[in-house]
Structure formats: structure tokens, C-alpha cells
Design a protein around this ligand. Structure first.
Ligand code: PLP
Length: 630
């Protein structure tokens, strides 16, 4: 008897859920934004949204999860600070590129107020948002990345009203420009230098660190930067040293290595007489998307507390050796803060098989049937647990010969169809016997992949989980109902874009990832799944490939009794909106379309009443969802 607890174990929810997910006795997936309280039943929520006329897919945001992540981050650093008696403070900053959605930034700033949560920006648009929303004078504003005159001037002027604005540079020409513009604008900005460390990170973003990385100053450039600041009388303005060795660092050793190098550089600069006070360790704190607690690319071999302890203890140790005051520790954790806060709920539309599933019509086999087919038929009838390898190889051979004969025109289309049905039936039987025999060799593993099913889900991978495509990232995906029933079926998940890359093919399980996801429902039932942990990067990286736009988004709060309230809804992008993204206008398109209809009317291809209907339909179509509705 399969129970909800079995599903929880099977889908490894405790491995990747970090306390925010559970399964209730109805077998529905539940989100617990405050971890230990009662959660919201996602299937009930989905039914209620459908009854209100809102159709899936939905991106559901839980601002309370963002708040909880912030508190966990701060608590972990504060615990480490008190445990190791660190003689300075921790200062959190949110990097806007990880998720710059209004709801997310507003929630982070309001939830982070008690700890003066700051923002890190890397573009002019991010700066425009940050300098408007950041009202806390004690919070840091850190400006990174490539900058032009406009960008620098805006930040410099803002730093007249926000004393904690730090302009970070990793380029000597840019530093000279910053100093020149600050003189003109009569501003004395706080300056940071981003280091290029020799220590690299690990995982998919390994190239963000190390000597070949795109960003950062090597040591000779840092020394030159110090000379430039000194010459211009601005040495006192250098307040921060930064590094970032890449996102999703999978291995704690890499963090320790980079930290050691950066802290040593920090201490040497202080010993040279510089008044640097902040050591900014960047991002990189990873998420265990697989729940395997390993150094595999979508996992981590450490948790938040170990990360914070390593940073605090590591910096303290080196500062003690060098006999200098430990710095204010700044970190720019984005993935950790946002990943869990949103989940994409989507519905399955279809189940597809790569191979024919047609019943075999044995009457088609008679004395005129080709020998290859007779041999395939014999294999189909007599394959068993002892001969399955040999019979399967015979089937491959016979099918190859048959295909060659077909290409030469000697085989009819009907016989070709019959051979396909027989061949794949033999393959299915062979896989069944290979499994019983525990003989999943490379050959049978490949065969199993071909025999797989694809569940078509109503979403665009390129809009909602683009890192699967760009970085082979894994997101935990799980049915949101039926979890108290034994899984009946399995397959991979395909999206609705016309792109064969739009597939999810790797799924978290307890020990390692699986190549299929198991479902408790079969084809034909309304079935819903949640793609979880999509809150970091996907909102900003997701694109409009195939002109699928934003899905319906909802922000939801859940009270202590599990009752939810919808804080905000933004409805799905309509066809017209996506068309306009590509610079078409309704007036132009409808004018052309109507002209096409009129032409057909004139040529008597359609009746006048049809013409009216078609024109009306175009208007409605333009306003319909860019996703599939039924
Ligand atoms: N800081 C900088 C400079 C970054 O480039 C990034 C992202 O790569 C981050 C912080 C955020 O990193 P993470 O999401 O791993 O916390």
C-alpha cells in the first residue's frame, strides 16, 4: 500500500525541499511558506483558480518564503559571528540580476529592513530601480559590472543622498573615469575593487572565477589602482574588496580556497595603510536542486550553516594571523534567497510515444508475407527470459534487412508498417526481460530511452525553466495530486514549444538523478505537476521563444491555519501582447488580415457570413492566451 509518506521519500522531497514542501493525507503537494506551520494544498489552490476562470500554467510566488530565506541567511551568519566571537558584523546584499521582479525586490527590501538589506546592481536599468526603492540609509548599494558615463554620473549623484553607495570597479580606465566624474560632480564616492582570484569555483559557473574569468583585477592591477587612488588623493575612498567565483558553487572546498586568497589580499591592503572596511564575498551559495548533498552540478556538499561558518571562521583566522581588525562581511546571495519562493504549476495535455503502440493484426501475416516479417513474427511469439538478448539482436538484423529491401522498392508500405509494430513489440518484451534479469547494459538503456513516453506539459521551457536548456540544470518536478497512489506510469516531460530542446529529462531522486519521472495518473485524467525551485534567475533569463509569454502569476500568503490569500495576480500574456513584442501592431495586422478576408469574399471563396465570423474570430484570437487553454 503506497502512502503519501512513500511519495515523499520517493521524490526525495526532504532532499531538495528545505522544509517548504510536504504531501498531505489526500496525496496533494503542500507548500509550507513558514516551514513548521500548516501549508497550502496546491491541488485545491489549482482547482479554485480554475473555478475562477484562471487557466494553468501558473507561476505561484510565496513572499513568505523569501522572508524566511532572508531570516535563515541572517541567522546563520549571526550564529557564526557569535560562535566564533567575530569582532565585526555581517551585511547582506541582494544581487538584482538573480530576480529583479518588482514583487521580489519589494518583498526583500521590506523583509530585510531590520538588517539593512542592500542591493547590488549591474546595469543601468537595475540602478534605476534600486535608487528609487532603496530608502534605508544604512543599507548598501553596490554597483558592479560595465559602466558608461551616464551610469557612473547617476550613481555618483545618488551617493550624495545615499552615503552607503559603493561603486565597484575592475578596470583601471573605468576607475580613472569614476575619479574624474566625481571631481566634476563634487562627490567623494565609496570605491570597491573586484578581485580576479587564482582560486576558481566549481560546478556549471566555474568559468566565473579563476584567472581566465571575465571580471576582476589581478594583483598588479590592484596595486596600480591603489597608486591611481593615491595620486588623486582618494586613497581613503577605497572601502571594499569584492570577489565572486561563480554561482552555485557545489564544493565547499572551493569557497574556502577563494576566501583564503581574498582575505589574505584584504589584510595585505590594510597593512599597506589602506582604510578598507568591507570584504564582499559575492554570491555562490548553492541550492541542492537534486537533494543528493554531493558536488554534482545541481547539488551542493554543504549547507547554509557550514557556508556561513566557513566564511566567518576563515576570515577571522587570517585576520588574527595578520593581526588586523576583521572586516564587515558582505555577501551577495541571490540563488539562496529566491530559488524556493516560486513554483510553476502546469497541466499535462498529452502523452506521446516515440514508437508505434498499435495492436498487432495477426491476420495480416499469411503465405505472401516476406520472410523478414515471418522471422520477426517468430521472434515476437517466442522471445522469453532465456533468449531475449539473441532474439532482440535477430530482430534488429531482420528489421535492417527489411528496411534495405523497402528502400529498393521490394516491400510494401503495409509490410513496412507491420515490421515496425513487430520490431517494437519485441523490443518492449526484451526490455521487460532485461529488467527482470538486471541486465540494463548500455544497449538496453538506450533502447529504454527510445521506448519512453513524453508527457506534454503546458509551459515553455525557454520562458519558465530556461536554465535547463542553457545549463542542463535540474529542477525538482513532482505531481501535485495522486501522491497517495502507487505511480502508474513514467516518462520525460516535453513543453509546448516547437523546439525539440524543450524537454525535461533528468529528475531528482534519493541517491542520484533519474531519467524518467513517475506519475500516479495515466493518460486522459486531468493531471497537474509542479516544477519547483524556479525563483532564481528564471524570471529574468526566461525568453519569449516561439512567442510564448509570461504565464499567469500569483503572489500568495498563507496564514497559520493554512488559509491562503492572493496578494497579487498578473494574467497570462495574450497572443496580441506577444505579437507586439515583435513590433507588430494590431492596426497593421488586422488591416492586412481583413484585406485577405475581403479578397476571398470577392473571389467567392467564402460567404459574406463566413467573412464576418472569420474577422470576429481574429479579434478574439488576438486576445487569447499565448498558452494552450484546453
Ligand atoms: N554577485 C555577483 C557579482 C554575481 O555575478 C552573482 C551571480 O552570478 C551573484 C552575486 C549572485 O550569485 P548567487 O545567485 O550564486 O548567490
Amino acid at each position: 500500500m503506497w502512502k503519501s509518506a512513500d511519495a515523499k521519500y520517493f521524490y526525495n522531497i526532504d532532499g531538495w525541499g528545505d522544509g517548504y514542501f510536504d504531501i498531505n493525507s489526500n496525496g496533494h503537494l503542500v507548500v509550507l511558506p513558514q516551514r513548521n506551520s500548516i501549508g497550502v494544498d496546491l491541488m485545491e489552490l489549482t482547482k479554485s483558480l480554475i473555478s475562477k476562470g484562471l487557466k494553468p500554467p501558473y507561476l505561484i510566488r510565496f513572499p513568505q518564503i523569501l522572508k524566511d530565506r532572508i531570516e535563515r541567511l541572517i541567522n546563520a551568519f549571526q550564529d557564526a559571528i557569535s560562535e566564533f566571537n567575530y569582532q565585526n558584523v555581517y551585511c547582506p546584499v541582494f544581487p538584482m540580476k538573480v530576480n529583479s521582479r518588482r514583487e521580489v525586490i519589494q518583498t526583500i527590501l521590506s523583509a530585510g529592513t531590520p538588517w539593512n538589506y542592500g542591493l547590488e546592481v549591474g546595469s543601468k536599468a537595475e540602478l534605476a530601480i534600486a535608487i528609487s526603492l532603496l530608502r534605508d540609509q544604512d543599507a548598501l548599494l553596490i554597483c558592479n559590472g560595465f559602466k558608461d558615463r551616464e551610469f557612473i554620473e547617476m550613481l555618483l549623484l545618488f551617493s550624495k543622498i545615499h552615503k552607503n553607495s559603493v561603486i565597484v570597479s575592475d578596470n583601471l580606465n573605468e576607475l580613472e573615469l569614476i575619479l574624474k566624474l566625481s571631481k566634476t560632480l563634487k562627490v567623494s564616492p565609496l570605491i570597491g575593487l573586484r578581485l580576479k582570484l587564482t582560486s576558481a569555483g566549481s560546478g556549471k559557473w566555474i568559468a566565473s572565477g579563476g584567472e581566465a574569468s571575465k571580471f576582476g583585477m589581478n594583483i598588479p592591477s590592484v596595486l596600480k589602482a591603489v597608486d591611481i587612488l593615491d595620486e588623486k588623493g582618494k586613497i581613503e575612498n577605497l572601502k571594499m574588496i569584492n570577489f565572486h567565483i561563480g554561482s552555485q558553487i557545489t564544493d565547499i572546498k572551493k569557497i574556502q580556497g577563494a576566501l583564503m586568497e581574498a582575505t589574505r589580499i584584504y589584510t595585505k591592503l590594510v597593512k599597506m595603510g589602506l582604510n578598507v572596511v568591507y570584504l564582499n564575498v559575492g554570491g555562490g551559495l548553492g541550492i541542492d536542486y537534486e537533494g543528493t548533498f554531493t558536488t554534482s552540478d545541481s547539488s551542493t556538499n554543504y549547507d547554509l550553516q557550514e557556508y556561513s561558518n566557513q566564511i566567518v571562521y576563515g576570515i577571522k583566522g587570517i585576520c588574527k594571523e595578520e593581526n588586523i581588525k576583521p572586516p564587515i562581511i558582505v555577501s551577495e546571495s541571490g540563488r539562496f534567497v529566491t530559488a524556493h519562493h516560486s513554483i510553476l504549476i502546469t497541466n499535462f495535455l498529452d502523452k506521446r510515444s516515440n514508437t508505434p503502440l498499435h495492436d498487432l493484426d495477426e491476420e495480416e501475416i499469411d503465405e505472401n508475407t516476406s520472410n523478414y516479417i515471418l522471422e520477426l513474427y517468430d521472434g515476437y511469439k517466442n522471445i522469453d527470459e532465456d533468449n531475449y538478448v539473441e532474439y532482440y539482436h535477430d530482430a534488429i538484423k531482420n528489421r535492417e534487412y527489411l528496411l534495405a529491401s523497402f528502400n529498393l522498392g521490394h516491400i510494401s508500405l503495409e509490410d513496412r508498417g507491420l515490421a515496425d509494430v513487430l520490431y517494437w513489440e519485441i523490443a518492449r518484451k526484451a526490455i521487460k526481460f532485461a529488467k527482470i534479469d538486471e541486465n540494463m547494459s548500455e544497449e538496453f538503456r538506450t533502447l529504454e530511452k527510445i521506448l519512453n513516453y513524453t508527457y506534454i506539459a503546458n509551459f515553455s521551457l525557454f520562458q519558465s525553466t530556461v536554465d535547463v536548456w542553457g545549463n542542463n540544470q535540474i529542477f525538482p518536478i513532482i505531481p501535485i495530486h495522486g501522491l497517495n497512489k502507487t505511480p502508474k506510469d513514467k516518462g520525460i516531460v516535453g513543453d509546448i514549444t516547437c523546439d525539440s530542446d524543450g524537454e525535461l529529462k533528468e529528475f531528482p531522486r534519493r541517491m542520484e538523478t533519474a531519467r524518467n519521472i513517475e506519475f500516479p495518473f495515466t493518460n486522459g485524467e486531468p493531471s497537474f505537476v509542479g516544477i519547483t525551485l524556479v525563483g532564481a534567475y528564471q524570471d529574468s533569463l526566461g525568453g519569449n521563444h516561439n512567442l510564448f509569454g509570461r504565464v499567469t502569476e500569483l503572489s500568495i500568503n498563507v496564514d497559520a491555519g493554512g488559509k491562503y490569500s492572493i496578494q497579487e495576480i498578473s494574467e497570462v500574456s495574450e497572443v496580441g501582447k506577444m505579437v507586439e513584442v515583435m513590433k507588430y501592431s494590431y492596426s497593421e495586422l488586422s488591416k492586412n488580415f481583413n484585406a485577405n478576408v475581403k479578397e476571398a469574399q470577392k473571389n467567392k471563396a467564402i460567404k459574406d457570413s463566413d467573412a464576418k465570423k472569420i474577422i470576429k474570430k481574429y479579434e478574439q484570437f488576438y486576445k487569447s492566451s499565448s498558452y494552450l487553454e484546453d
